[in-house]
Design a protein around this ligand. Structure first.
Ligand code: ADP
Ligand SMILES: O=C(O)[C@@H](O)C(=O)COP(=O)(O)O
Length: 429
């Protein structure tokens, strides 16, 4: 089969979000490469990719900068031949009053000439559903789900039409579930009607994977789609109708030998649970003391000394703390500064451990994963089978491969770290 390039191109606003949507595309049979930032147009790592996901770290930066980076990613994806673009953001719609979901979606839509663009964050496999424009996490409204305490993007309103409107210059509307239930043709008609009435962005309800698949079918001709990873469920089928895709072979990865480590920088409830489980099992764990970091003490060196002292065992190094402790630290240092210090420390620790022969990294937290992957000088990731919904095994591209599991803070069951270590070792039992 000869072809002009990849079919689907995604722009993800954080690194774990990127692996999340890449995992969906691989599950649907598309050979997928995730690039860390924007590579050269002719980079060999994308040579045989059917889908490309550009991982940016643009979720919490200034809106103008997020727009500029996203437009540069768009240029790259178009030069790589991508026919359909997906802007991937968080299934809990992580953003601030200024953005960056609205500004980036509007800038991409303008560049692509897409007059009305859907926004579908729903991710049912991880309990994120949207009904009447309101986002639920499990049974709780977004603003009562723990996300109201997020260190960088506290989500205090579950009404996504209102949240997106506050960040957008155009008009935000809603395609509700009763329309979604009527199927692709009715969804298309409702989008057309909303467009005629002046809407430019449309939150789309979805409570199941079947809903997302039908929304994907309805948006077959949209050159731009925005949403969580679930919105990619139905997209490969639109291409499969006219071309052959890799299918099950898309998930095959090479084995990576070497030492392993778990690094956790997420403050999310789920990561707190996973860290607690590790400690309860009396496995070695080093806690990063943020106040010591702020005082300029050599915390990274201490963490590495702890690693050395536990040779032969897998070590967890974590900054994860419960919401009340996090608030105290943030009040003392400032949320932004504390976050940056922790990310920098975990990145530096990862780099030092790589020099000590660590080749398999399990990382918890989106921003944290971004910092770690950059510190490890990883340029691209090949995406393998899922370890948990939204978290695939990955292996870095290039001559010195590393195995990585990059976990969004709130993903995975309590035993995720153990499962991920097994998966990265090549043992899928
Ligand atoms: N103990 C802590 N005190 C202050 N900030 C912290 C602490 N632990 C983690 N952080 C910061 O919180 C942020 C968590 O974001 P992220 O890694 O994206 O996790 P998640 O995926 O849960 O959102 C990061 O910037 C991280 O450095
Ligand atoms: O869509 C999702 O929920 C994830 O892919 C994601 O982006 C989560 O963000 P972090 O929790 O910051 O990793």
């Amino acid at each position: 089969m000869t072809r002009a390039g990849a079919f689907i191109g995604c722009i993800a606003d954080d690194f774990t979000g990127a692996t999340d949507i890449a995992s969906t595309l691989v599950r649907a049979g598309m050979k997928t490469v995730q690039t860390i930032g924007i590579p050269e147009a002719d980079d060999p790592m994308i040579a045989d990719a059917e889908a490309i996901v550009v991982a940016l770290k643009s979720r919490t930066i200034a809106a103008e900068e997020a727009v500029a980076q996203s437009l540069a990613a768009l240029d790259f994806l178009r030069s790589a031949g991508c026919q359909q673009i997906v802007f991937k953001y968080c299934s809990t719609f992580d953003s601030t009053e200024k953005g960056n979901i609205g500004p980036v979606a509007e800038a991409l839509a303008k560049a692509l000439g897409q007059e009305v663009t859907i926004a579908a964050p729903s991710f049912p496999a991880n309990g994120r559903t949207v009904y009447n424009g309101h986002l639920f996490v499990g049974h709780a409204l977004l603003n009562e789900s723990g996300m109201q305490n997020h260190p960088l993007t506290p989500m205090k309103d579950a009404n996504l039409v209102r949240v997106l409107q506050a960040q957008s210059t155009g008009t935000v509307g809603l395609i509700d579930l009763s329309t979604v239930f009527k199927g692709a043709e009715q969804i298309r008609a409702a989008i057309g009607k909303a467009k005629a009435e002046g809407a430019t962005l449309l939150i789309v309800d979805a409570i199941s994977e079947a809903d997302l698949t039908v929304i994907g079918q309805a948006c077959r001709d949209h050159v731009l789609i925005t949403g969580g990873s679930g919105i990619a469920l139905g997209l490969p089928d639109n291409f499969r109708a006219s071309t052959e895709l890799s299918g099950a072979d898309a998930a095959v990865l090479p084995a990576v030998a070497g030492k392993d480590v778990v690094l956790a920088g997420s403050g999310s409830l789920r990561t707190n649970l996973q860290v607690a489980r590790w400690i309860e099992a009396e496995r070695p764990a080093y806690r990063i003391d943020v106040m010591k970091l702020a005082a300029g003490e050599p915390v990274a060196e201490e963490a590495v000394a702890f690693f050395d002292a536990h040779a032969g065992q897998t070590v967890l190094i974590y900054a994860t703390s419960p919401a009340d402790e996090l608030r105290q630290v943030q009040a003392a240092i400032g949320a932004q500064k504390a976050g940056e210090m922790v990310e920098h420390a975990l990145g530096r620790i990862a780099h030092l451990l790589k020099n000590r022969g660590v080749r398999r990294f399990v990382v918890a937290g989106g921003e944290t994963s971004g910092a770690v992957v950059q510190a490890l000088d990883v340029k691209g990731l090949r995406i393998g089978a899922p370890i948990a919904p939204g978290v695939p095994a990955t292996v870095s591209t290039g001559s010195e491969p590393l195995a990585l599991a990059l976990k969004s803070g709130n993903f995975g069951e309590a035993d995720f770290f153990e499962k991920a270590l097994l998966a990265l070792s090549g043992d899928q039992s």
